[in-house]
Design a binder for this molecule. Sequence first.
Ligand code: SAH
Ligand code: AVI
Length: 336
Amino acid sequence: MTALARKAQVVDTPSESAATSAFAADVVAGLTATPKRLPPKYFYDSVGSELFERITGLSEYYLTRCELEILNAHAREIADLVPSGAALIEFGSGSSTKTRVLLSTAKSLAAYVPVDISAEFLRRQAGSLRQEYPTVAMLPVAADFSKPFSLPESVERLPRAGFFPGSTIGNFEPHEAAAFLRHAARILGRGATFIVGVDLVKDPQVLQKAYNDSEGVTARFNLNLLARINRELGAKFHLDAFEHHAFFNRERSRIEMHLASLKRQRVKVCGECIDFRAGETIHTENSYKYSLESFGALARGAGWTTAAVWTDADKYFSVHALRLQDGPADGRAEKA
Ligand code: SAH
Ligand code: AVI
């Protein structure tokens, strides 16, 4: 085991009370806005992360299957884009299932830095990864990847490569996705490679089914947001008084997920009375679907050059290898 691999676990967690106050503030702001909305990052407590894992195994949820097909087919080419002795930084690592393809192929990786907001789930995944890959330093960072966060000191001097699979980039508004790509450029630094998974526009029926699975797992994932508000903020949402809605908004090229109130009702949340009309919804997530060209243009606008793009046989999903030619705007690989 290398000295780096023995380094203590790094976790950038804010105090629990600060995290709870930020959650409460975002929930109250979202539920008092018109129309009502909640940020999708709050899906992911331990229950939500487990439910997402179940979603990835559903036959209707083609995204994971197609991306794994691409990663397995092009593992060698992708691994060759990662410099020897590099730190691989993953944004929104979840169970790191896809990363295992890279960890097993890019043999010379010095460190893996999974960044995820779901702190407890992240801690457990890092424990398993340490046992499976004892020569790679596993340095988890529990943080919101869209905000500034610190990388572990031990990777500051290493070359870096980024990994952002799952089409999690599609959960941003396009202008936020561009801002995130610029933020990632600052974290990864000059000459970096960034491997990004992006879901593609396709037959709306295929899209519709992926977010309305027959077992109702996606509905439980969506409703877990209200369950989490009950658990952590002491609200009293009746989960059976809300229904999961997901549909393709063709004009905006996105799947929208909502929670629809089945009746007129009032729910007290953090001391605020929130009134719902029958049928009124809380907008909980957007999942943008791109074309190869539209994503390429977005990445270019954020300072990245496309080095390679791969798709699965059905052209349902794409993996983009982006390169940062000139480094971030100020030319330095700065600390995030
Ligand atoms: N990369 C995995 C998981 C994708 S699910 C895959 O491709 O299957 C999205 C992941 O991003 C979840 O693990 C979730 O906890 C994490 N996530 C979502 N929003 C986040 C944020 N703002 N900051 C950090 N992690 C986030
Ligand atoms: C993580 N993210 C890309 C998933 C998606 O498809 O937008 C989250 C998800 N929402 C419903 N099912 C899965």
